[in-house]
Design a protein. Structure first.
Length: 229
């Protein structure tokens, strides 16, 4: 039986976000705790199958699932520099320093996600990439730029020097620059045990990896949904 430790994060844009804390890159959304938890077994199986497609040596072998809610966090709105900001989750597990194995797995997941992202958008016509979808903040090109820029922002939370992509440019080039920097900077997080507070939100190396892999996967799924409209 595989034990899945769950971190619940409520009020994430009106939804509950459930994190599989020992499996960075695995998360589910729901209208409430129950719905998010109900979706987790399917997401864990999807993740196991996804790993099997990318490597002959997967590190996830599910043998039944036993889920345990380790911690619940409520997203808090705070005023900072005259603006409202959301303070997102920091779980007890985020305090645990990352091992070399943790980082090796995170790098593999990150780069496989990136390959999936690029393979998906490279086949889309330019008019789809630039199309303004109703109710959406960005075009698909805008989402790609956003992914690249947020990666540099994540590393800045830990005070790590990250060569930011240009202020504007071809989205694919921005992603290339950001991916190269991410691959350069991530190994420096092995054993990193410092915790920083930025705008009243706590950050650690494990949280950075958790958010990094979530953000890329979340937008891969988002772009896929838009392209299928």
């Amino acid at each position: 039986m595989t034990l899945i430790q769950i971190g619940l994060e409520n009020k994430v844009e009106g939804r509950t976000l459930a994190w599989a804390l020992d499996y960075p890159g695995v998360f589910t959304y729901g209208s409430d705790d129950a719905e998010a938890l109900l979706r987790m077994p399917h997401e864990m199986l999807r993740f196991e199958n996804w790993l099997n497609l990318h490597t002959d040596h997967p590190w996830v072998h599910l043998d039944g699932l036993d889920m345990h809610i380790d911690e619940t966090f409520e997203v808090l709105p705070v005023w900072f520099d005259g603006r409202m900001h959301a303070v997102y989750s920091f779980f007890r597990s985020d305090l645990v320093p990352l091992s070399e194995e943790d980082l090796q797995q995170a790098l593999l997941i990150y780069n496989w996600q990136r390959e999936e992202l690029l393979a998906g958008v490279e086949t889309l016509p330019a008019e789809i990439l630039k199309h303004k979808f109703e109710g959406q903040r960005w075009t698909i090109e805008g989402i790609l730029e956003h992914i690249a820029r947020v990666e540099s922002w994540y590393f800045s939370r830990l005070g790590i020097e990250f060569h930011k992509p240009a202020e504007s440019g071809v989205p694919m080039k921005l992603l290339e620059v950001s991916a190269a920097e991410t691959n350069r900077c991530l190994p420096a997080l092995i054993g990193f045990d410092q915790v920083f507070e930025r705008r009243q939100e706590k950050w650690s190396a494990r949280k950075l990896v958790r958010r990094l892999l979530w953000h890329q996967r979340d937008h891969i799924d988002h772009i896929r949904d838009l392209a299928l409209r």
